[in-house]
Design a protein around this ligand. Structure first.
Ligand SMILES: [Zn+2]
Length: 273
């Protein structure tokens, strides 16, 4: 999965430092596209040398490599570099750098959408001691937003409930959705499976989680079983396909970045019998 970068290691502890010439300084445009070069499937990032001295904020480190975000957008030209969407990076690159790009995007989006205080409308500035923004007027502090969501592998005998979205991602998927106010993750599982497919579920058990910076999510994977005959009534607003697919016939996604794909593979390979 995208976060499996061992032996590399992401260190997300915030430190109030400024970049030097060799640190990565990432530049996003207003649409969230990242200024990169892709060489043989590996993402090359801009460094402190490439980005003129403007305002930056420290993001995280991978091993000893420090990543910063450039927050004072300025036109930069660099041979071989171009702005790429996160979806393009997902399709055309891999490795530790892809996970770093996803995580940086998560933080970029949060910073970009929180320039002003939601409480009093004052300008937010970087908190000096922690990963936070603080209002310059009322001192209100906010922290990065992480959206909990579930991915659900619903099992019926030797089959898994496979879906495809009506729009967006084109490959096979599983039932998924965001946790709503006041519900547990298990209740999200029950509600989302019912809403998308009309199937009632039982024996819900937790499998794994995944940070998915592309959508600011923390994905929680669960397996469960159909309760009853498992007759499908698909939500046609959201899905274009929802079927029970036999273990042997499950077609995986083109790469193994997502928890969804990991779960489909886990079931297909004969686990959870
Ligand atoms: Zn304020």
């Amino acid at each position: 999965m995208i976060q499996d970068i061992s032996p590399d290691r992401l260190n997300n502890a915030f430190i109030p430092v400024v970049p030097d010439h060799n640190d990565y300084v990432l530049l996003f445009d207003d649409d969230g596209r990242l200024f990169v070069k892709i060489l043989d499937g590996k993402i090359c990032f801009t460094t402190g040398k490439d980005i003129p001295a403007k305002e930056t904020v420290y993001l995280f480190s991978v091993n000893d490599t420090r990543y910063f975000l450039s927050t004072g957008a300025e036109e930069v030209t660099l041979s071989g570099f171009e702005y790429r969407t996160i979806r393009e990076l997902r399709d055309f690159s891999r490795g530790t750098e892809l996970f770093a790009a996803f995580t940086a995007y998560h933080l970029w989006k949060w910073y970009a959408e929180n320039r002003y205080c939601g409480k009093c409308g004052g300008a937010n500035g970087f908190h000096q001691a922690e990963r936070a923004l603080q209002c310059s007027r009322c001192s209100h502090v906010i922290y990065p937003r992480i959206n909990p969501a579930v991915i659900v592998g619903v099992i019926k005998g030797d089959s898994l409930l496979i879906t495809r979205y009506r729009t967006g991602y084109a490959h096979n998927a599983l039932v998924a959705g965001f946790t709503e106010i006041g519900e547990t993750a298990e209740q999200t599982v029950q509600r989302e499976v019912m809403e998308e497919t009309g199937v009632r579920v039982k024996n819900i058990r937790y499998y794994k989680s995944q940070p998915w910076g592309m959508a600011q999510d923390l994905l929680l994977g669960f397996f469960c079983e159909a309760d009853g005959d498992g007759e499908i009534h698909m939500d046609e607003q959201e899905l274009k396909y929802a079927e029970w697919v036999n273990r042997a016939d499950i077609v995986l996604q083109p790469n193994n970045l997502s928890l969804t794909n990991d779960m489909m593979k886990h079931f297909r390979d004969g686990n959870l019998l």
